[in-house]
Design a protein around this ligand. Structure first.
Ligand SMILES: Nc1ncnc2c1ncn2[C@@H]1O[C@H](COP(=O)(O)OP(=O)(O)OP(=O)(O)O)[C@@H](O)[C@H]1O
Ligand SMILES: N[C@@H](CCO)C(=O)O
Length: 326
């Protein structure tokens, strides 16, 4: 349950007095999410999301995240729009935490994404990459490839309790990823956490993208690798090439990948699986049982990593050069 900070009615009313949002009708905590506290807020004006930023979000990054959401929304990508107070600011302080109010997006994450859902997310990601070109702020990726080895080293010395031999497997994999990581691919603003719970659908159509709190500047094709890895595996661990083809074709219908990006896709996918394996592993070994932080199983990403290691060509993900042009 992601409500780490409790908000009293009086302090909420005081916080809202800086906005033109009418009277509070109700507010309640939202269970989904891991990083921040989120509330569904109903006022006499409309329904909103109130987010309080918790410790794992660096407050120096908040202007980038809020500025990006505002920029994307203003340029036609459906995502939460930060609501401005009368003084023009979108970021305030509530219950001792930085806080902001966002427009409410209708829709729900796809629990079992269809190929059509995959195509839609591919196209939306490419639009995000294209629109992001005009966004002037910059944020380095705190979880870029160079951060993975230090993150691995900071894990408690119990990695092999998760699976025998895991520590040596990660070590060997990191060496290969570091040696083969591509240089010079197109880079720009990426979402970096485009999982199924962060993309909403309504009546079968993609209605919006949320949760920009890992967004940063990095390789555009790395975002494709993250999204392919999050959307195109089945519950039994098998890769679904129909979904892979749909996602890549959807992407290419908006922004064709360069030859170098296509060639790098297998190693980028190994990196994407490694990034989520390591963050999940770290939480698995450090977050106490019974804590509010929901621990996700690192082994899901270990299985995905092993699949990606077996891939040599983007065609094995369903890539086709004519994809998206048909
Ligand atoms: N603008 C919005 N419109 C509608 N619902 C929203 C909006 N923003 C957040 N939510 C709801 O709140 C939940 C948590 O939001 P979000 O994923 O941003 O939180 P988080 O704590 O950053 O989570 P994560 O663990 O995915 O990083 C979402 O699953 C969704 O149900
Ligand atoms: N999407 C991440 C959680 C943080 O947003 C994961 O599944 O590991």
């Amino acid at each position: 349950m992601a409500v780490y900070t409790d908000v009293g009615e009086a302090e909420l009313v005081e916080f809202l007095s800086g906005y033109d949002l009418g009277q509070v009708l109700s507010y309640k905590g939202i269970a989904e999410g891991v990083e921040n506290s989120n509330f569904l807020l109903r006022t006499s004006a409309d329904t909103f999301i109130l987010t309080l930023y918790e410790k794992r979000v660096d407050r120096n990054d908040l202007p980038f995240f809020l500025g990006l959401m505002q920029y994307l929304a203003e340029h036609g990508l459906s995502c939460p729009l930060p609501v401005q107070r009368r003084d023009g600011e979108a970021l305030g302080e509530l219950a001792g935490r930085p806080g902001a109010i966002f427009t409410f997006l209708e829709g729900m994450g796809a629990r079992r994404p269809s190929p059509a859902n995959c195509r839609a997310v591919g196209a939306a990601m490419a639009r995000l990459h294209e629109i992001g070109r005009g966004f002037s702020m910059h944020r380095a990726n705190g979880l870029a490839m160079t951060a993975w080895r230090p993150l691995f080293r900071s894990c408690p010395d119990r990695v092999d309790e998760v699976e025998a031999g895991l520590s040596a497997e990660i070590e060997a994999e990191l060496c290969e990823i570091e040696a083969s990581w591509p240089q010079g691919l197109p880079s720009g603003v990426i979402h970096a956490d485009l999982f199924t719970d962060n993309v909403f659908f309504l009546n079968g159509e993609l209605s919006g993208i949320i949760d920009f709190y890992f967004a940063c500047n990095d390789l555009l094709a790395y975002d494709i690798a993250i999204t392919l890895t999050a959307w195109c595996f089945e519950a039994d661990g098998s890769f679904n090439m129909t979904k892979g083809a749909a996602l890549l074709n959807g992407y290419q219908s908006v922004r064709p990948m360069t030859e170098a990006e296509v060639e790098a896709l297998p190693i980028l996918c190994r990196g994407a699986a490694m990034r989520f394996l390591l963050t999940r592993l770290y939480d698995w070994l450090t977050v106490p049982d019974g804590s509010f932080v929901m621990k996700k199983d690192p082994r899901e990403y270990l299985r995905k990593l092993r699949f990606h290691r077996s891939v040599t060509r983007a065609g094995e993900y369903g890539y086709s050069p004519s994809g998206g042009r048909a």
